[in-house]
Write a protein that binds this ligand. Structure first.
Ligand code: PMP
Length: 360
């Protein structure tokens, strides 16, 4: 039986997508060839990447609104570098960043190579357990950067600051999970390996008109304008991750899109957080109003129960529940493809611990 997969990424994908992907590795499109042994410039693969790009824009409500969707290499970590490269002015470049966790901090580190970085808000004082709310973004920055969902600490931005300038958002761990007005963002980037597909490709959504204004010479492979002009085929794209991403996006569309999955995601999060709050053996790590619907982080109040709890959930077929090595405790990642039944099994495990303890 398939495990209940709470892994933080790479993570669970829809079973039917895995089946289709497996078939395509053996015989793609009835060609008697594998998907991964044909030219990326073949008609059959060009159709795949075109579909993946258009589904991404369609699901985000950004079709025909002057945005491009690109599937690039190098993970979201490369976008920490590409966004300043493509947006920060060569002379006197300035940008505003929120520091809400490990990934934001990494984005800040790269941006500092390009200009003056103003950290307008940070939750580092409380180990990134909340989202800072009251802060202002100076008018004169080239762009504002934030991380919508903090995969490690388990916080999520519920609101985004009103800002007239450009907004860049790392949505690696919650893209396609909830409805937002995506047209408020000028660049959105996300590694594929949470709500889209295997690792190895990064989705970048970029508003075309914002590019080409920095006065910098940008190496071709790092230049969003080059990738747009080449229709995301500047060099050999990651054919398998892009194919699986296309299948997952199609799966999401068939399910009813982001609106439909958001309802399911909210129900899963509600089920788990209700148990975390009810069960006297556990506590949540983050401020309640900032809790992520994708990554729920929690700890045992009495650490000596760890082995007992771990053996209960392992026996129930749960995988990937350990917290990130920098935080410890537990992290339940409830990405789009995780069924609510798996969350119920986790809740059962937490209740079984309670029963076990009360019998002792
Ligand atoms: N940003 C966020 C929010 C992430 O969760 C991750 C990876 N877990 C990254 C960036 C880095 O992504 P990658 O490993 O694709 O570079």
């Amino acid at each position: 039986m398939k495990k209940h997969n709470f892994s933080a990424g790479p993570c669970i994908l829809p079973q039917e997508v895995l089946q289709q992907a497996a078939n395509a590795v053996i015989n793609f499109d009835g060609l008697d060839l594998s998907l991964i042994e044909i030219s990326h410039r073949s008609e059959n693969f060009v159709r795949v990447i075109e579909k993946a790009r258009s589904l991404a824009l369609e699901l985000l409500g950004l079709e025909n609104k002057g945005y491009s969707a690109l599937f690039l290499h190098g993970g979201a970590s490369s976008e920490f570098l590409l966004t300043p490269y493509n947006l920060m002015k060569k002379d006197g470049g300035k940008a505003a960043y929120m520091n809400t966790g490990t990934w934001s901090a990494k984005a800040i580190k790269e941006a500092k190579l390009f200009g003056d970085i103003n950290i307008v808000a940070s939750s580092e004082d409380k180990n990134f357990s909340y989202i800072p709310k009251d802060f202002t973004i100076p008018e004169n920055v080239n762009y504002f950067h934030c991380t919508s969902n903090n995969t490690i600490s388990g916080t999520q931005m519920k609101n985004f600051p009103e800002f007239d300038g450009l907004t860049v958002c790392d949505m690696s761990s919650d893209i396609f999970s909830r409805q937002l007005d995506f047209s408020k963002f000028d660049i959105i980037y996300a590694g594929a390996q949470k709500n889209m597909g295997p690792s190895g490709t990064t989705l970048v959504i970029v508003k075309n008109e914002i590019l080409g204004k920095t006065g910098r010479n940008i190496p071709s492979i790092l230049d969003y304008q080059v990738h747009i002009a080449k229709e995301s085929m500047f060099n050999t794209p990651a054919v398998f991750p892009i194919y699986v991403s296309m299948l997952t996006l199609q799966w999401l569309k068939d399910l009813g899109g982001i609106k439909a999955i958001e309802k399911i995601n909210n129900a899963k999060a509600e089920l788990l957080y209700t148990e975390i709050d009810r069960n006297p053996l556990f506590k949540g790590n983050t401020a309640k109003e900032d809790r992520s619907i994708m990554n729920a982080t929690f700890t045992l109040i009495d650490e000596s129960l760890k082995n007992t709890f771990d053996s209960i959930w392992e026996k129930l077929g749960i995988n990937g529940l350990h917290g990130h090595r920098s935080v410890g405790g537990y992290r339940a990642s409830m990405y789009n493809a995780l069924p609510i039944e798996s969350v119920q099994v986790l809740v059962d495990a937490m209740q079984e611990l309670e029963t076990t303890i009360s019998k002792k």
